[in-house]
Design a protein around this ligand. Sequence first.
Ligand code: ADP
Length: 260
Amino acid sequence: MYLGIDIGSTTSKCALISQEGELLALSLVVGGIGTGGPEEALAKVLEEAGASREQIIAVAATGYGRASWTDSDYQVSELTCHGIGGRFVFPELRTLIDIGGQDAKVVALNEDGTMAEFLMNDKCAAGTGRFLDVMANILRLDIDSLGEEALSAQEHARISSTCTVFAESEVISQLAKGVERKAIVAGICDSVAARTATLAKRIGIKEPVCMSGGVARNSGVRAALEKALGVSLLYSPQCQHFGAIGAAIYAMRKTKKATN
Ligand code: ADP
């Protein structure tokens, strides 16, 4: 079997695939680079698959913390891995929008699945998972309830600040004015979607399109992004694992090529 490990800024994800490239198990642990998260994620995926470390033929590491994983045969960029993982789940995929804990990327894929172009925002927390984490914290909501809260809102508050720190003050002042919490959450999701849509429009959208990364699990952001881009987004519950799945497939392909 082959292992893909995606060590992110906030979470660690693993994917195990068989010799034939079938998905065997996935794991996710909150705790990314510089924490015990990666080791825990590995232990979890092995347990899930009922497998041992010795059965792993090759490992590919990806994500922000990929260089910190010394036990890898390959280190691969997240862009490549998300592209491969996205195509594994959606074989016709042409555009992938990945929003993680600290950056957002738009990847355009050619018809054969190779990467055509990409754009990235890694300079600013606004438009990333970090922005949503900060806002969830102020609103005393769990990160996984933001989506439903946003979708239940009739009105959307306008969050106009493009900086996380200013947006935080704006949210606090809206709360003080008595604006409904769900309207604020909807406005927060709109704000992330608007920034991502600007990035996506610069690269040009070709359908089918999907989101990946942890923020793809937020149905409020997905709905706001569909509206901002005017396209339907494909969704998979494995969206946060596309990088790890892509890394496992990468390890398999490279190993098979080297031994053929
Ligand atoms: P990284 O790879 O940089 O660690 P991820 O792709 O794992 O990042 O995404 C982490 C982000 O995903 C978090 O900052 C959070 O905003 C969001 N997130 C994580 N879990 C959920 C969830 N259950 N529902 C909605 N959003 C989530």
